[in-house]
Design a protein around this ligand. Structure first.
Ligand code: AKB
Length: 313
């Protein structure tokens, strides 16, 4: 990314968007990074730099903001996540797909130069391999969110091949952060559990104890976005979305790691509808393409991320 680039984050109040906004402002300066969201921003977000109220499903609003601020790079972080999307399938499809089309079309029409769009491990389904799922494999997602992410990936690849759009994407696992809370996902338990441990309350986990899922610490996720966006264009061979991996654990393993810091912490398991979503996803991911093509390496394993969460929370 060039130093004079102007960045727009759509969904800047969300779990990734808020941390990404702060990281980009730290790197490029507050005035080079415009935060935007449909939600009312926190005072912290407002104080840090420019903010625009935006409905990501409205192309004209997006175009006006891009032109007003002379934006060249858009990070489209607005989406409805897996658990919420099952409750409102059509709304989720509309938000997740129309926002992506608008941003890809802004690039196709030459209003912006670069796009980052997050995909997810939700693109995989029950017929995909469970362990170390490869970059290319059977993909039959059974959730609305997963279907929207898989369709989105195909459109990203299409816009790159047919219109030369520089769109880059990562298939994120569940993300664990102290700076922000997730909302409406199946991996949210892995953040909520820390807040219960600190409040000395028993944690009721909505997944069963042995449900392994791919996860990642937010520091690694933000670094992955920055490294991908700054990678040489010739090294980015995959324009759908890259598999990305850091760590894989079950609720029971996370609980035991947290117990090292809070020995009296208690957990109870009460699986709900999110169990079926988690069961449809892989346990672990093979991210060798990301490693080979743009040098991806995670820094945080389970114990390191648990320790860092307690340092900051
Ligand atoms: C979710 O749980 O829906 C997300 C994801 C894995 O994409 N965190």
């Amino acid at each position: 990314m060039k130093n004079q680039s102007k960045h727009l984050i759509i969904g800047a109040s969300g779990q990734i968007g808020s941390v990404l906004t702060a990281a980009l402002r730290h790197l490029y300066g507050a005035s080079a990074v415009v935060a935007s969201d449909i939600k009312t921003p926190t005072m912290a977000l407002l104080d840090q730099g420019p903010f625009e109220s935006i409905d990501a499903t409205d192309f004209d609003q997006l175009l006006t903001i891009v032109k007003t601020h002379k934006i060249d790079t858009v990070y489209l972080m607005a989406a409805m996540l897996s658990a919420n999307a099952e409750k409102r399938p059509e709304k989720a499809w509309d938000l997740n797909m129309s926002s992506l089309f608008h941003v890809l079309n802004l690039a196709k029409l030459g209003h912006i130069k670069h796009v980052f769009w997050p995909s997810s491990i939700a693109v995989f389904g029950p017929s995909s391999p469970k362990f170390k799922v490869p970059q290319q494999t059977i993909m039959e997602p059974t959730t609305v969110y997963g279907i929207s992410k898989l369709a989105g990936e195909r459109w990203c690849d299409y816009y790159h091949k047919n219109y030369g759009v520089d769109v880059r994407s990562l298939r994120f696992p569940g993300l664990i952060s102290w700076q922000s809370l997730p909302g409406g996902g199946t991996t949210d338990y892995a953040v909520d559990i820390f807040h219960k441990a600190i409040a000395s309350e028993t944690f009721e986990c909505f997944l069963s104890e042995n449900t392994a899922l791919p996860m990642m610490y937010m520091d690694d996720a933000i670094r992955a976005i920055l490294e991908l966006m700054n990678a040489n264009v010739n090294s980015i061979k995959i324009r759908s979305s890259y598999n990305l991996s850091a760590v894989s654990f079950t609720p029971k393993e996370l609980y035991h790691s947290i117990k090292k810091f809070h020995p009296s912490f208690e957990i109870r398991y009460a699986p709900d509808f999110r169990q079926a979503i988690a069961d449809s996803w892989p346990d672990s991911i093979d991210d060798s393409f990301a490693q080979k093509e743009w040098g991806w390496r995670p820094n945080f394993d389970l114990d390191a991320l648990v320790k860092d969460m307690f340092v900051h929370l």
